[in-house]
Ligand binder design. Structure first.
Ligand code: MG
Length: 386
């Protein structure tokens, strides 16, 4: 995400040079890729760089010495970046909960938040949108479906929206039967039909947890009741999502599956600028198809709708339990179908808190992760001792 954002910025700076508009990269962060971070800091003349994995601080100091850049570290380093006076737009793509504090800090300062990862709106959707409303900041979605909805929404007023339709590729198991999914291997789950993503997101796409998280995200981002959100399987991944208005008009956003477009729109909104995204060739598409997802086969999706309705700490638990379960699946310790069972078990043990602080969210997150790992450790012990 970071690399793509920098490519988009390069392209924008050359497109907008004639207008004397220039995007400056004030701060950059990474988890452990110190070499790349130092190289980018040099190329973009960044004033601040943050490394969240504190084991790498010394190495980064050595690599970035002489660059005149201030080095920050840990999640607190990200918070400092989020609060910087000279920053207008914060683009966030920090996996897990490490970036939550920084996103909330930036929201409090009234920054424009370009959000690429799901955690801020899933785990802290209610708190974050409330903070943004109070500070006069703004959230611009970078997740492709939400960017599509946001773009389609420009065609009418918020109170004229009758339905939000999220499209889903259907993931690796779209055409599998329930019985075939039972026997699915890690390799099968990792083969995604259209988007090229990391292993965690590819598994989330196979379980459709990904789409469940996007339902929760949409509920907060667009402030719509869950009843107005729908998911349709669209294997071609050309229509990135749609909005239906009260008069029956359906506005779709289409494009090639390329993250550069949503990144760019978040950076130039409300403008559109010529960029690097390859254009869609409509005459080369033979057909666009849409189908209702099988909620029995994709139980995670049904659960996502439920969690979105429940609100409170349910979503943070859903997300954290899934992350822990996917880790266990990728490590070969559990079967594919066990992922969703573990999430369900975790949610049934959790008593949902309605109003919450960041601390309470992080606590629920840690609890859910531990709960999943604990249940697998117990299972492994039982099978080795018995
Ligand atoms: Mg998405």
């Amino acid at each position: 995400m970071g690399k793509n954002a920098l490519r988009v910025i390069d392209a924008l700076n050359s497109s907008l040079a004639g207008e004397n508009i220039r995007y400056e990269v004030t701060a950059l962060s990474a988890h452990s890729s110190v070499e790349l971070l130092a190289e980018q800091a040099r190329k973009y003349n960044a004033k601040f760089i943050a490394i969240t994995n504190t084991d790498y601080v010394e190495e980064l100091e050595r690599l970035a010495s002489g660059l005149g850049v201030e080095i920050l570290c840990g999640p607190e380093g990200l918070v400092e970046i989020g609060e910087l006076e000279e920053v207008d737009i914060v683009l966030t793509a920090v996996v897990g909960t490490a970036g939550l504090g920084a996103v909330l800090a930036a929201a409090k300062k009234g920054k424009t938040l370009a959000i690429a990862n799901k955690e801020p709106l899933v785990a802290a959707g209610e708190l974050l949108t409330k903070t943004v409303r109070e500070s006069g900041g703004m959230i611009l979605p970078v997740d492709s479906e939400h960017s599509a909805i946001f773009q389609a929404m420009q065609a009418g007023r918020a109170d004229e929206v009758s339905r939000i339709i999220l499209t889903a590729s259907g993931g690796a198991f779209r055409d599998y039967t329930i019985e075939e999914i039972e026997k699915a291997t890690v390799e099968e789950a990792l083969s995604h039909p259209t988007w090229d993503m990391g292993p965690k997101v590819t598994i989330d796409s196979a379980t459709m947890v990904n789409k469940a998280l996007e339902v929760i995200e949409a509920r907060w981002l667009f402030d719509v009741p869950v009843e107005k959100i729908e998911v349709l399987i669209h294997p071609e991944s050309v229509v990135h999502s749609l909005v239906e208005f009260v008069d029956g008009s359906v506005i779709a956003q289409m494009g090639r599956p390329d993250m550069c477009l949503p990144i760019q729109y978040a950076l130039t909104y409300p403008r559109r600028v010529a960029g690097i995204a390859e254009h869609l060739k409509l005459d080369e598409l033979s057909k666009l198809t849409f189908a209702r997802p099988d909620m029995e086969k994709f139980r995670a999706l049904a659960l996502g709708f439920e969690v979105a309705k429940t609100g409170g700490t349910a979503a943070v638990v859903f997300n954290a339990a899934n992350e822990a379960a996917v880790e266990e699946f990728l490590a070969g310790r559990i079967k594919f179908v066990r992922i969703i069972e573990l999430i369900e078990e975790c949610l049934s043990k959790h008593s949902v808190k309605k109003s919450m602080s960041l601390e309470e969210l992080l606590e629920a997150d840690a609890w859910a992760r531990e709960e999943v790992h604990k249940s697998i450790r117990a299972q492994v012990q039982k099978s080795t001792s018995g």
